[in-house]
Write a protein that binds this ligand. Structure first.
Ligand code: HEM
Length: 153
């Protein structure tokens, strides 16, 4: 199977981040506060690594268009927008959840924690689905770089 390296690494980091969140949630259910904090910070680092790789690829190499059949393109685009919305919402909620945890604002943290975690699980699941649709089930379409598009090289 011939899959591109950077999207494979970045998808791996989203999945790793969601696994860390699941472990972090189970740790707090056992009242292991310090371990919960460390695991959730590891989840955040993993998410940041995903983001750095994703943004660098977008800027320097480009985004890949859907290469599957024409009649599926619209469904793919709607699904991709759904995934991007989840990821953006999850990232913002993640920042508020971490901030409330670190500030010991536990009423807010307990309200946000489960919502953020569940949105993050769906972000990872839909992220893997986008990856499979783009590179595994079909061959990726054209890749155009932002820099190339703007500067013409
Ligand atoms: C790194 C900073 C964090 C710290 C210091 C922290 C600390 C805590 C503490 C002390 C609790 C126990 C609250 C209580 O029951 O009295 C808690 C609960 C929880 N946290 Fe965190 N947390 C952090 C990050 C996160 C993140 C990023 C998430 C989710 C993505 C998260 C999800 C949860 C969940 C689901 C609970 C259980 C809420 C409940 O059902 O009562 N935490 N956290």
């Amino acid at each position: 199977m011939n899959v591109p390296l950077l999207p494979t690494i970045s998808t791996f980091f989203i999945v790793l981040s969601a696994i860390f969140v699941a472990i972090g949630w189970s740790l707090i259910r056992q009242r292991k506060i310090e371990a919960h904090k460390k695991m959730m910070l590891a989840a955040a680092v993993s998410a940041v690594l995903f983001f750095i790789i994703y943004v660098s690829r977008t800027v320097f190499i480009g985004n890949t268009a859907f290469g599957g059949p024409e009649h599926l393109k619209l469904y793919y685009t709607v699904f991709l927008i759904f995934h991007i919305t989840l990821a953006t919402g999850g990232a913002l909620l993640g920042i508020f959840t971490i901030a409330s945890g670190l500030k010991n604002n536990l009423t807010r943290h307990r309200r946000l924690g489960p919502i953020t975690s569940i949105i993050w699980f769906f972000t990872a699941i839909t992220g893997v689905a986008v990856y499979l649709l783009l590179y595994v089930f079909y061959h990726g379409g054209e890749t155009t770089s932002v820099i190339k598009a703007i500067l013409g090289f």
